[in-house]
Design a protein around this ligand. Structure first.
Ligand code: E4P
Length: 229
């Protein structure tokens, strides 16, 4: 599973890139406006923080295929490194994906609610598809089942397109989509932290430390000090 940060908060991105195995950063218009900064300056700073090899996802806003293609070319020119253009899957978007694929501009089909949207985007050449797990659940659908069906379809038709599952509200949803076949997930910073923070683990650490200090003393609490004994 590859892990992406679903945020444009540069402080949190810098922290998470240092601590976690991060494959890149995904943004969308709502995430960018939250930062209240000129968008290009913000995206360039994110690129600087993550380096040129990690993927940066930027969403096009145009409605017609021509507008989308123009935006995608602009995004590619402005942001060096591995930059992927996100396009909400509509009929115009599918036409744009075909054009951009010919130009070797990588695309992610986003705002996906059904397996067939994902299948068509993949057949048109999208490198990734992003099903919106929690938003599907909120429509009384089953986000995990949608991911599972997309994975099945991609396997039946031997498609190389990867699933970048998005829109999560808890880490059980994350575990479920990983088991359902999503190769990658994008998570808000608080959920990334929750993947490894578990109260029982913190309690165990305290218990180990107390027992160790009881025998060797509090100043022998790390291995380097222990070696000097
Ligand atoms: C991915 O980039 C999506 O835009 C994002 O995960 C949507 O998440 P939300 O449903 O929490 O807004």
């Amino acid at each position: 599973m590859r892990l992406y940060i679903d945020s444009a908060d540069v402080k949190q991105i810098a922290h998470l890139v240092e601590y976690f195995p991060i494959a890149g950063v995904t943004t969308n218009p709502s995430i960018i406006v939250r930062e209240k900064r000129p968008y290009l300056e913000l995206l360039k700073e994110i690129r600087e923080i993550i380096g040129e090899e990690r993927e940066l996802f930027v969403q096009a806003l145009g409605e017609s295929s021509e507008e989308i293609v123009q935006e995608a070319r602009f995004i590619q020119e402005q942001l060096p490194g591995v930059t992927i253009v996100k396009i909400p899957v509509t009929e115009e978007a599918i036409k744009a994906v075909k054009v951009l694929t010919k130009e070797q501009i990588p695309v992610l089909g986003t705002a996906i609610y059904t397996p067939l949207q994902a299948l068509i985007a993949a057949e048109a050449g999208a490198k990734y598809v992003a099903p919106y797990v929690n938003r599907i659940d909120n429509l009384s659908g089953n986000g995990v089942k949608v991911v599972e069906d997309i994975a099945k379809l991609f396997s039946i038709y031997n498609l190389k397109t990867e699933i970048l599952a998005a829109s999560f509200k808890n880490i059980q949803q994350v575990l479920d989509v990983c088991l359902a076949g999503a190769q990658t997930v994008t998570l808000p910073p608080d959920l990334i932290a929750k993947m490894v923070s578990y109260p029982a683990t913190a309690n165990d650490i305290e218990d180990f430390k107390t027992k160790w200090a009881g025998q060797f003393g509090a100043d022998q609490a790390v291995l380097g000090n222990y070696a000097k004994v």
